[in-house]
Design a protein around this ligand. Structure first.
Ligand code: HEC
Ligand code: HEC
Length: 281
C-alpha cells in the first residue's frame, strides 16, 4: 500500500511538472518570443489559430533568400514532427536546421540566451500542439546567410541563478522579445546591437506603409530617457505612443497579440534594463 501511494505521488509530481513546463513554454512563446508572428498564417482578424504554426503568410525576401516562416507544427511530413529535440533546439537557438543554415529572418540570435529549462519548455510546448499539414513552396536560400549579432551579454544561455538579478532578467526579456533586433541601428544592412544598441533607424515596410523603428535608448530627447515607467509600459503592452496615439502596426500588433501578456515582473525588469542602455543619438 505504501509503495503504491509512493508511486502515485511520483506520478502526480511528474504530471504537475509537465503541466508547469507547458505553461512556461506557452508564456515564453506567446508573451515574449512571438513565434506566431512568422509561423502562423493570418486572416483578416489576425492569426488563424485553427492552423497554428503551420507556416506564416509573409514572405521575407533579400538578395540571399526568399523564405517564409516554416511549418513548425508536429506534422510528420510538412512540419517538424520527425525532428529530434536536439534538432529543434539547434534551429531555435543556432539557426541551423538538419538541411543547413536558416535565413537570418529566423531570429535565433535573440533566442540564444534561453536558459536550458526555458528551451526545454519551448520545445515541449511546440510538441504538444496539433500537427497541421501544409504545402508551402520550398524555401530559397543562397549565399553565406550570416547569423545576426545578439545583444552583448545575451550571446550564450543565461542561468536561472543569473536571472535572479533584475537587470539580467530585463536583458533576457529584451533579447527574447527581439526589442533590440528591431530597435538597434544597422551596420552593413544588419542590426548592430554591439555598436548601435537601441538607436533606432531600421525601416519596416508593411502593407500599411513604411515605419522607422524608434530610438529606445536612455537618451533624454532622442530616446525614451524622459518617459515615465507608465508611458513605457503602455507603449510596450498596448502599442500606444507617448502622445496617446497608436503606434504603427509593426510595433502595435506585437504589443496587442503578445507583449500584453507579459508578467508584471518581466515588464518592470525590461523597463529597468532599458534605462541602463547607453544614450545614443
Ligand atoms: C521574425 C520571424 C520569425 C520569428 C519571430 C520566429 N521564426 Fe522561426 N523561422 C522564421 C523563418 C523565416 C524560418 C525559415 C528560414 C529558412 O527556411 O531559411 C524559420 C525557421 C524555423 C525553424 C526551422 C524549420 C524548418 O523546417 O527548417 C524552426 C524550428 C523555427 N523557425 C522555430 C521557431 C520558434 C520556436 C519560434 C519562437 C520561439 C520562432 N521560430 C520564431 C521566422 C521566424
Ligand atoms: C518587429 C520589430 C519590433 C519589435 C520586435 C519591437 N519593436 Fe518597438 N517599435 C517598432 C517600430 C517600427 C516602432 C515605431 C512605431 C511608430 O513610429 O509608430 C516601435 C516603437 C516603439 C516604442 C515607441 C517609441 C517612440 O518614440 O514612440 C517603444 C517604447 C518600443 N517600440 C519599445 C519596444 C520594446 C521594449 C520592445 C521589446 C519588448 C519592442 N519595442 C519590440 C518595432 C519593433
Amino acid at each position: 500500500m505504501r509503495r503504491l501511494s509512493a508511486l502515485y505521488w511520483l506520478l502526480l509530481c511528474d504530471v504537475a511538472h509537465s503541466a508547469s513546463l507547458l505553461d512556461r513554454g506557452q508564456y515564453l512563446v506567446e508573451a515574449l518570443m512571438a513565434c506566431d508572428n512568422c509561423h502562423t498564417p493570418r486572416s483578416t482578424e489576425g492569426y488563424d489559430y485553427s492552423r497554428r504554426f503551420s507556416g506564416g503568410s509573409q514572405v521575407f525576401t533579400d538578395k540571399d533568400y526568399s523564405v517564409r516562416g516554416s511549418n513548425i507544427s508536429p506534422d510528420l511530413e510538412s512540419g517538424v514532427g520527425p525532428w529530434s529535440d536536439a534538432e529543434l533546439k539547434a534551429a531555435i537557438v543556432s539557426g541551423v536546421s538538419p538541411k543547413g543554415r536558416l535565413a537570418p529572418v529566423m531570429p535565433s540570435e535573440s533566442y540564444r540566451a534561453l536558459t536550458p529549462n526555458d528551451l526545454n519548455a519551448v520545445v515541449a510546448f511546440l510538441r504538444a500542439k496539433r500537427p497541421i499539414k501544409s504545402d508551402a513552396p520550398p524555401q530559397e536560400r543562397h549565399g553565406a546567410l550570416e547569423p545576426r549579432r545578439a545583444i552583448p551579454g545575451a550571446e550564450t544561455p543565461l542561468s536561472d541563478a543569473g536571472l535572479a538579478d533584475p537587470l539580467q532578467q530585463g536583458l533576457y526579456v529584451a533579447s527574447l522579445a527581439r526589442c533590440m533586433s528591431c530597435h538597434s541601428g544597422e551596420t552593413d544592412g544588419a542590426p548592430d546591437p554591439e555598436r548601435r544598441l537601441g538607436q533606432g533607424g531600421r525601416i519596416f515596410r508593411t502593407p500599411a506603409g513604411a515605419t522607422v523603428a524608434s530610438n529606445i535608448t536612455s537618451h533624454p530627447t532622442k530616446g525614451v530617457g524622459a518617459w515615465t515607467d507608465q508611458e513605457l509600459k503602455r507603449a510596450i503592452i498596448e502599442g500606444t505612443g507617448r502622445d496617446g496615439k497608436p503606434l504603427a502596426p509593426t510595433m502595435a500588433n506585437l504589443s496587442k497579440a503578445h507583449f500584453s501578456k507579459m508578467a508584471e515582473r518581466d515588464i518592470e525588469a525590461l523597463i529597468a534594463w532599458l534605462r541602463t542602455t547607453p544614450p545614443k543619438e
